[in-house]
Design a protein. Structure first.
Length: 434
């Protein structure tokens, strides 16, 4: 067999092992080490493995992961989400599907200090679902809205998935963060429109909530919005102005979130300890995934598969957009079975060279991939966000939530289509960063 055939065989073996429920990091590590030893020798394999592991764990740029993860967990354990939801709820709650749109807006704001879809789904389920049930919202509509809107947690920076894409592709994490802002707000608008149209078609899905005086609305926005704006500007403002690197931005963001939580006196000592423990656990998992993916990437590089796949894609009698559609379909299918963090580390070494050979901007491609991964967290059978919401709201069957997310999946497709036609929506802010 040629090296390229061995590379293709490794992909097949990976999916066989994944469907056998072997952990993704171990799969990439074992397949990468075995393949490298087969193509070279055992001594070279162990040398590359040890060097790659050391370089990964000693990487300064990777420190950004635990910092932003901790920032999200501080926000989660200190209950910052309650004021955010209260602000959006009082502004939009009296409209048709107003509580659903308030939930979407709150997920967007919470995403600015969290960066995780599952954390956003868990937090907003606890905050938003009781209110929607109080005003007789349809259970399927309410839970599907929360599960889908939680995707905004990774579109609005800081985002762990953008960080991993940047690490896997070598692109600027600061530019990726900036690239997610406008598409994130575009997706928020499309989600709100989707919720409104569903309620307009069937008023029983999302009846209007109570009217709130303007003074109370302004006060709620002032209390809930100032905290998020302070943290967001502390992180993104410094990045955009060039005052600090993404790693330093993570430290600033975690510190700013901790200060807000302490000033509000909502973060208990146990919550602080839990935030540290959860951050260490998740960060260790992510860093091991990155190291395993790096070893598998070294193996793929010597097979020549990524370069060969890029040449093959360029030679196809298809327009680049059609090949992009195939890539997105692959992400949609794989996202149904594989965790988003693992999937991006597994596939970027393969698809990134193809995207470059087709002339796609690598920053724009990262935004599109994150959107595609977002679809995976709300589609069966895995649908991580759906199961998180179902775990909070045990009254709604999982299949009812899955049925309710389809309109929001169409909104994600629409967002991808708009960004494909107008890539400058994603690239405008990154192009300003020198």
């Amino acid at each position: 067999m040629t090296p390229i055939h061995i590379g293709l065989l490794s992909i097949v073996i990976i999916f066989i092992l994944l469907f056998a429920r072997m952990p993704v990091a171990y799969v990439m590590l074992v397949v990468g080490m075995t393949g490298f030893a087969y193509l070279t020798n055992t001594k070279a394999m162990f040398s590359v493995t040890v060097q790659t592991m050391y370089n990964t764990f000693a990487s300064y740029s990777l420190i950004v992961v635990p910092l932003f993860v901790w920032m999200g967990y501080i926000a989660f354990y200190s209950g910052l989400s309650s004021r955010i939801y209260d602000a959006t709820y009082k502004v939009m709650g009296s409209m048709k599907a107003g509580l659903a749109m308030a939930t979407i807006g709150a997920c967007t704001a919470f995403g600015a200090i969290c960066g995780s879809t599952t954390a956003t789904a868990a937090t907003m389920s606890a905050v938003a679902l009781p209110e929607m049930k109080k005003y007789d919202y349809d259970n399927s509509f309410a839970t599907a809205t929360v599960a889908s809107a939680a995707i905004l947690g990774v579109m609005i920076p800081p985002s762990v998935i953008f960080i991993l894409y940047g690490i896997a592709s070598g692109q600027s994490i600061a530019k990726l963060f900036l690239a997610g802002i406008f598409p994130g707000f575009l997706l928020m608008g499309l989600f709100m429109l989707t919720a409104y149209l569903q309620a307009a078609r069937n008023p029983l899905l999302g009846p209007p909530g109570p009217k709130v005086p303007w003074g109370e609305k302004i006060m709620a926005v002032a209390l809930g919005g100032v905290e998020v704006i302070f943290i967001f500007i502390a992180v993104m403002g410094g990045l955009f102005a060039g005052y600090f690197t993404p790693t330093e931005a993570g430290a600033v963001g975690a510190f700013a979130t901790l200060i807000v939580a302490l000033v509000r006196r909502k973060l208990t000592w146990q919550g602080f300890i839990d935030s540290l423990a959860d951050s260490v656990r998740i960060s260790a998992m992510i860093m091991f995934l990155v190291a395993a993916a790096a070893i598998y990437g070294r193996f793929l590089a010597i097979t020549g598969l990524p370069a060969g796949l890029a040449r093959w894609a360029v030679g196809l009698p298809l327009p680049p957009v059609a090949i992009l559609a195939v890539i997105l379909f692959i992400y949609l299918v794989l996202g149904c079975f594989i965790d988003a963090l693992a999937l991006i580390l597994l596939t970027v070494p393969i698809f990134y060279p193809v995207a470059l050979s087709l002339g796609f901007d690598p920053i724009w491609f990262g935004v599109i991939i994150v959107l595609a991964l977002g679809m995976g967290v709300i589609t069966p059978p895995v649908g991580a966000n759906v199961y998180v919401v179902a775990g909070v709201d045990r009254e709604t069957p999982v299949m009812d939530i899955f049925r309710g997310v389809w309109p929001y999946l169409l909104a994600i497709f629409a967002c991808i289509a708009v960004l494909t036609m107008f890539p400058q929506i994603a690239l405008f802010l990154p192009n300003l960063l020198k």
